[in-house]
Design a protein around this ligand. Structure first.
Ligand code: CP
Ligand code: NVA
Length: 289
């Protein structure tokens, strides 16, 4: 049975650490790992827009010695009413892994259930686990560890990023605080409602767009979430050495102020680059496991 990565805890804590250590090694020796020489092909499918995920998978698969098959409009592949399971059984005879950005987590689960090669979540409405691997790599670069650190996330606590922070950072031994107003809190989790309290002493301050792909009601969201903006006055409550994460795309003046995004505590460009290294490590680990 192949190993899949559909949500953050599809890796155990020890396995997550193995992938993060491999990601560091691959970053140091960027062209030194070519496990997909052949070349092996990896299918990368998009049902939603993407800049970072598209570029980092395409570039990363090439750097591993493989060949990316990027399909931007999945209806080209699946628009004739064929079951996802049938597509999985066509792909898995020809590709080494399937990476998919789609809406429902159930789409991905259907693909994985029928696939003999690893299936990787490149973002669904429910989770964004590849992003969290890159975020953890970034945290490790700045602090030398993840264990015992606190991450505070502000804004839409009911979205895919918040769900993945809760799972992925907990596996990495971090305390995760989600700070959101009522109606935007993750199910089954006690959320903070006071931003200053949530930020107090935190090592990592994180946020994400208030309007995820496929969502509407922007005006209402902006009005309700404005007190949860990551800005200079919020940062004053965090640890002095705190770093700021944003998975991007960022909307300056909404979930994050421009000065904080561009300021000295922001590590968002390292974070975006680390998508490349973390996903190369994940692909190598899953395909050769
Ligand atoms: N952070 C992230 O996944 O970016 P894209 O949506 O541009 O891929
Ligand atoms: N929560 C955002 C993340 C984008 C990378 C979205 O789903 O649109």
């Amino acid at each position: 049975m192949p190993r899949h990565f559909l949500q953050d805890d599809d890796l155990s804590a020890a396995e997550q650490l193995e992938v993060l250590e491999l990601a560091d090694a691959m970053k140091k020796d960027r062209y030194g790992y070519r496990p997909f020489e052949g070349p092996k092909t990896v299918a990368v499918l998009f049902d939603k827009p993407s800049a970072r995920t598209r570029v980092s998978f395409h570039v990363g698969i090439g750097e591993l010695g493989g060949q990316p098959l990027v399909i931007d409009n999945v209806s080209v592949l699946m628009g004739r009413g064929e079951p996802t399971e049938d597509i999985a059984r066509v792909l898995d005879r020809q590709v080494a892994a399937i990476v998919w950005r789609t809406y429902a987590q159930a789409n991905l689960e259907a693909m994985a259930a029928a696939s003999n090669v690893p299936v990787i979540n490149a973002l669904t409405d429910a989770y964004h686990p590849c992003q969290i691997l890159a975020d953890l790599q970034t945290v490790r670069e700045r602090f030398g560890r993840t264990e015992g650190l606190t991450l505070a996330y502000f804004g839409d606590g009911a979205n895919n990023m918040a769900a993945s922070y809760l799972l992925g950072c907990a596996l990495a031994g971090m305390e995760v605080r989600i700070c959101s107003p009522e109606g935007y809190q993750p199910p089954g989790v006690v959320a903070y409602t006071d931003p200053a309290e949530a930020a107090r002493g935190a090592h990592v301050i994180a946020t994400d767009t208030w309007v995820s792909m496929g969502q509407d009601g922007k005006e209402e969201r902006v009005k309700t979430l404005m007190p949860y903006q990551v800005n200079a006055s919020l940062l004053q409550h965090a640890a002095p050495e705190a770093i700021v994460l944003h998975c991007l795309p960022a909307y300056r003046g909404l979930e994050i102020s421009a000065d904080v995004l561009e300021g000295p505590q922001s590590v968002v460009w390292d974070q975006a680059e680390n998508r490349l290294h973390a996903q190369k490590a994940l692909l190598h680990w899953l395909v050769n496991h």
